[in-house]
Design a protein around this ligand. Structure first.
Ligand code: GDP
Ligand code: IMO
Ligand code: MG
Length: 424
């Protein structure tokens, strides 16, 4: 009787989709609790590579059910595209996927506001995925939003056009206009709404709590990463939801005392897509090599991901905020070509060494202090058990574990479902 959480501990794209898919058979239900189609969760198995945006990563497992929770924001157009993309897998989707009536809808005009707002920021832009996330959460907290449950009510279109009118007003006040055709977006939106209506729209908080009480195992799948959290991330270069463990409670309606394990996912190095501070970013050939070997291009936008060494100051901070009970290290295979590997263990700011993640990280000049490790310089992608891993990688892992004082229980050595080593 429990809920486990799976969260990204860096700036997103840690490999959450891969791990959820790899461990899904341990769970009865997988539930997304925040974010929306700004997420891109990649899953690889049997020669397929598939990216999910709104649908939980448990969808490929025959036995598990999937829930899109109240904390998620749904773009019906993207949802329809996702459903169409899954057709070739012959999954009985309407039997396996339930959607919270309380989840908010991303309107076409939310996307236009997102694009216009970013354009008006010029060089200070957030680097948003432009999926309408920020404006939708703004309408949610501003108590103007439209929820999934609304679409089955008779007056729903009236509600839609009222909010659209308000949005068009906002858009007209921006100096920087963007050329986006609302008609096309709107037509896809309404097709998407019809598709949503074919699913069970439920009070997911009742379903999840009841399921847990009945002895079912639930996994909450996070999107983005802790350093993009609206409260604890590198504000304002963050997303608009709580990506951290508390977000799972509010985004699913499941109380904290039902949470058991909190699994934190991190890459053996660090990446970030979009703007904002990144103390260990590499601007040299090493950063470029990590991007090429790690295929570090956005799963949602295709943008180059910025790459750098592992930052243990930031990792420790994320572990603290989330109460992480176990760690999973991803993409160690990408570092296999390097003779030496650096890890940031503290920051130097104005000549002073600090070992915490500062509030005003944006404005400070940070020089990371690094500890150097010997590389393993060998292909690890075919290794199936911990005992066969090179000693240098084990040293690297042991160091991280002792630094943050949380066990690393899973080592991912490639993108495929099978390239996953569970530690004893
Ligand atoms: P998510 O958003 O956290 O689910 O991560 P993404 O799917 O955006 O990005 C992770 C990328 O790394 C995807 O292309 C995965 O297929 C890939 N990946 C995951 N784990 C590994 C790994 O251990 N090694 C390598 N080389 N690739 C991995
Ligand atoms: P997954 O779930 C990486 C980043 C954007 C931008 C900032 C705000 O795949 O890990 P938004 O669209 O939310 O307004 O963008 O957050 N971002 C992500 N970066 N992975 C993600 O999701 C992201 N979702 C948003 O690049 O910097
Ligand atoms: Mg991603």
């Amino acid at each position: 009787m429990s809920l486990d959480l799976l969260l990204g501990l860096q700036w997103g794209d840690e490999g959450k989709g891969k791990v959820v898919d790899a461990i899904t058979s341990n769970y009865d239900i997988i539930a997304r609790f925040q974010g929306g189609p700004n997420a891109g969760h990649t899953i690889e198995f049997d020669g397929h590579k598939h990216v999910l945006h709104t649908i939980p990563s448990g969808i490929f497992n025959e036995n598990s059910l999937n829930v899109i929770g109240n904390g998620v924001v749904i773009d019906p157009a993207v949802f329809l595209e996702e459903i169409n993309g899954l057709k070739k897998f012959n999954i009985d989707l309407t039997k396996k996927l339930f959607i919270s009536k309380r989840a908010h809808l991303i309107l076409p005009t939310h996307k236009i506001i997102d694009a216009t707002s970013e354009a008006s920021k010029g060089k200070k832009k957030i680097g948003s995925t432009l999926k309408g996330i920020g404006p939708t959460y703004m309408d949610k907290t501003g108590r103007n939003g439209i929820r999934v449950g609304d679409i089955i009510n008779n007056d729903w279109e009236k509600k839609y056009f009222k909010l659209k009118k308000k949005h068009l007003n906002i858009i007209s006040n921006f100096q920087d206009k963007v050329k986006i055709s609302i008609n096309e977006l709107e037509s896809d939106f309404f097709k998407g709404v019809e598709c949503l209506k074919t699913f069970d729209l439920i009070e997911s908080e009742n379903f999840l709590n009841q399921s847990i009480d009945d002895g079912k195992k639930v996994l909450a799948e996070g999107a983005q990463g802790s350093l993009l959290d609206i409260d604890f991330g590198t504000y304002p270069f963050v997303t608009s939801s709580n990506t951290t463990s508390a977000g799972a409670c509010s985004g699913l309606g499941v109380p904290p005392n039902k949470i058991k394990n909190i699994r934190g996912i991190f890459k053996a190095y660090t990446t970030r897509v979009g703007s904002g501070p990144f103390p260990t970013e590499l601007f040299d050939s090493i950063g470029k090599k990590i991007r090429e070997i790690g295929n570090e291009y956005g799963a949602t936008t295709g943008r180059d991901r910025r790459c750098g060494w592992l930052d243990l100051v930031a990792l420790k901070y994320s572990i603290q905020i989330n109460g992480v009970t176990e760690l999973n290290i991803m993409k160690s295979d990408v570092l296999s070509i390097f003779d030496k590997i650096l890890v940031c263990t503290s920051y130097v700011i104005n000549g002073e060494e600090i070992n915490f993640f500062p509030y005003d990280i944006n404005s400070k000049e940070i020089t990371p202090k690094y500890q150097e490790f010997r590389g393993w310089n060998t292909d690890i992608t075919e290794i199936k058990n911990e005992d066969s891993l090179p000693n240098e990688l084990i040293d690297y892992i042991n160091f991280i574990e002792s630094f943050v004082n949380v066990p690393i229980k899973l080592i991912s050595v490639g993108p495929d479902r099978t390239q996953t080593i569970i530690r004893k």
